[in-house]
Design a protein around this ligand. Sequence first.
Ligand code: PMP
Length: 287
Amino acid sequence: MDDFSKNEGFIWFDGELIDWKDAKVHVLTHGLHYASSVFEGERCYDGKIFREIEHTERLHHSANTLGFKIPFSIDEICKIRKLVLDSNKIRDGYIRPVAWRGSEMMGISAQKNTIHLAVAAWEWPSYYSPEARLKGIKLDLSKWRRPSPETAPVSTKAAGLYMICTLAKHEAEEKGCQDALMLDHRGYIAETTSANIFMVMNDEIHTPLPDCFLNGITRQEVIKIAKNLGIRVVERHMKLEELQKASEVFVTGTAAEVTPVSQIGELVFKPSAISKKMIEEYNKITS
Ligand code: PMP
């Protein structure tokens, strides 16, 4: 069985590079009990980190929103990331910075807790050719809904937001789907468990307004690509019934890149020209 804690290599942990196996935290860590933890998911392609500054700024934003300050600047985190990639000899990989509150106070209040930062990275080549991607993935329609901005810090990558994502993803996998589509607290289409969603309608691209979920960095790039291609992009609230009018559906994210969708519940889609074009154009800006 694979186990990420048993990989070979080095992880940067609170100021130094240490052996992968020694990168551990104590069980009385606030982040573990109360989800006071934020993270990023980043990729590097042929040694170049994709949208590095945007990801690092988002990490700071996530921490600030949870009320703590990461004790390393944007510039310092970029240097740490390079050290981690170089020492593990990774050129095509996934990078996972994570920051969390430590164990000084063990209760809801964590005013005095120290803030920790770790950065790990592992090999992750881009596996799928555009043709293979065009087969598409199947999405389950989840019963879990994205919370309102009054309920949770929705614009962050805070660990606690992923509790319902793991529930939704497990339920989807049990039904033979690769991921789940989640609605928001109002019943509008939101996103999947870790990617934003786009629908092609009458040669335009429609996508939900990110007012209660992450406005993904890939999402923003894909919108720019579409606009540069002269495709009209409409960001708006979208009802579930509208999926019936979509000719193509695709999702975007650091891990998913641009991945077409072949089925959502009973609805079937045929990934075609626009999905193919978006995959190709996204490949161009990442390679
Ligand atoms: N939504 C969620 C919940 C995510 O975890 C991610 C992945 N970070 C995304 C959307 C896509 O964001 P990005 O394109 O910045 O990776």
